[in-house]
Design a protein around this ligand. Structure first.
Ligand code: COA
Length: 439
């Protein structure tokens, strides 16, 4: 690539990410990842990304797992942890391994976050990491006659203390263990700890770095799910590995409990965390109570977004030019599809009540999002609105998209079939073709 093109790409990319930089500053992000991540060659890259997010003003809580580190220590002691009903039994020997491994994981992460060599991505980062007794635990107890011993569950999270550390600009590191008022230590699951911490902190985001593509095979899981849809997925896909089930279940739980957005990313995908945070389409699977994309009636503050979408089409002559003033006056005729705060499709309906007809106008889908049924969805929305308004037919004037409309039930018609008022405004120079659809 020529240097000037390269520069332009860089400048464009940096500018496009600026709304996200503003949006994320000061926001609380809880990041959970498995102990396997620490051992992968990509881990220093993840640490650099974490340092970058911290530098951009995000308030970060890291919740690492330590399973392979625990397993390794168990092997050395020729011990093992029994698993019953998907739950680990932590006996006294295993607890020693858990403490040892959790401490080791913590120190390794602290060491990596302390790096600051010149000419490295960490130069000048000066990150402070805080860890402590932030999670109170209780024993899982005896279930179906099985005593789970030192395996515990989260009882309370000291959100106030964590909040203070975050206010001071520190990254908070929470290992997967908890302390009880009796002075005991309990082995906790890092996935559960991450969701409990995110809920207690009322975090803006909880991100799980998954050990594979979330929800199974590529292309099978949509990008965004409501908590109820996650639960339905878990019912349907009973063969999913235990770790994935846990992440999905906790993602749904945290979302229901008020965490704005829970993302599940594939840890093996380099830069997935940055793509998730700084691009409109993100990466991986999002669990949220708010639909990520919605079609709705346009409002006055959508005018800027609509203009951005239609101006290139007006310049190309595909759509008739509309001024900002006109759009502001007519905005209530518009429907828009909003995706993560951006307008990616629009369409308008102008009713002619006397003739029981409506004009479908200004149908546009952002070029990046075409060919996925959005045009058709906007059309369906307009047809529905027309029916509700008691209209019997809709018409459209088109120069270049006639086939798209014909394939969707519109038939060619003459200018004389337009409602009188619209006929008078017909632009004979533009010579648009008229198509009508009976509802
Ligand atoms: C027309 C438009 C709204 C369709 O949006 P979309 O989200 O891509 O629509 P859908 O996904 O529902 O449909 C895509 C199908 O339409 C086809 N299509 C797109 N533009 C077409 C055109 N001008 N003529 C015929 N077919 C067209 C695509 O090839 C695709 O069909 P395929 O999957 O069989 O290849 C979009 O292409 C657009 O914004 N175009 C520019 C604006 C415009 O022409 N608006 C109409 C003004 S009257």
């Amino acid at each position: 690539m020529a240097p000037s093109e390269h520069n332009k790409d860089f400048v464009d990319w940096f500018r496009q990410s600026s709304p996200y930089i503003h949006a994320h500053r000061g926001r609380v992000l809880v990041l959970g990842f498995a102990g396997e991540a620490l051992r992968s060659p990509g881990f220093p890259g993840l640490i650099h990304d974490i340092a970058l997010l911290s530098g951009l003003g995000m308030r970060l809580v890291l919740v690492p797992g330590a399973r392979p580190q625990i397993e390794e220590r168990l092997r050395l002691r020729k011990a093992r942890m029994r698993i019953v009903n998907g739950l680990r039994i932590t006996d006294a020997a295993a607890l020693e391994c858990v403490k040892d491994a959790a401490g080791n994981v913590r120190i390794e992460i602290e060491a990596l976050l302390s790096m600051g060599l010149a000419n490295s991505p960490m130069a000048g980062a000066r990150i402070r990491v805080v860890s402590g007794n932030h999670v109170t635990a209780r024993p899982l107890g005896v279930l179906d006659g099985i005593d789970y011993q030192h395996t515990g569950e989260v009882r309370r999270v000291d959100a106030a203390a964590i909040g203070r550390h975050l206010d001071n600009g520190s990254i908070v590191l929470i290992p997967p263990l908890g302390y009880s008022p009796t002075g005991e230590v309990f082995n906790l699951n890092a996935v559960d700890v991450a969701s409990a911490v995110a809920v207690a902190l009322d975090a803006d985001k909880l991100i799980y770095l998954n050990e594979g593509r979330p929800g199974g095979r590529r292309g099978r899981t949509p990008g965004s799910l409501l908590p109820g849809e996650v639960e339905a997925l878990l019912q349907r896909r009973r063969s999913l590995p235990e770790d994935q089930v846990r992440i999905l279940r906790e993602a749904a739980r945290a979302s229901r409990a008020g965490v704005g957005r829970v993302h599940i990313l594939d840890r093996h995908e380099d830069g997935a965390l940055l793509r998730e945070l700084f691009t409109r389409d993100g990466a991986g699977l999002l669990v949220t109570r708010e639909p990520y994309e919605q079609t709705r009636q346009a409002r006055i503050d959508d005018v800027g977004g609509i203009l951005e979408l239609i101006e290139p089409l007006e310049r190309a002559g595909t759509l008739v030019k509309r001024s900002r003033e006109r759009l502001e006056q007519e905005v209530e005729h518009f429907q828009v599809a909003e995706r993560d705060g951006s307008i990616i499709a629009c369409a308008a309906l102008y009713p002619f009540a006397r003739e029981r007809m409506g004009e479908l106008a200004c149908l546009a889908v952002h070029p990046d999002y075409r060919g996925q049924g959005r045009g058709e969805q906007m059309l369906a929305q307009i047809e529905q609105q027309a029916r509700e308004a008691g209209l019997e037919r809709i018409f459209v004037l088109s120069t270049r998209t006639s086939h798209w409309f014909r394939e969707r039930g519109f038939v060619p018609a003459g200018v004389e079939q337009l409602p009188g008022r619209r006929r008078d405004l017909y632009n004979w120079q533009r010579r648009s073709k008229v198509f009508v659809k009976t509802l």
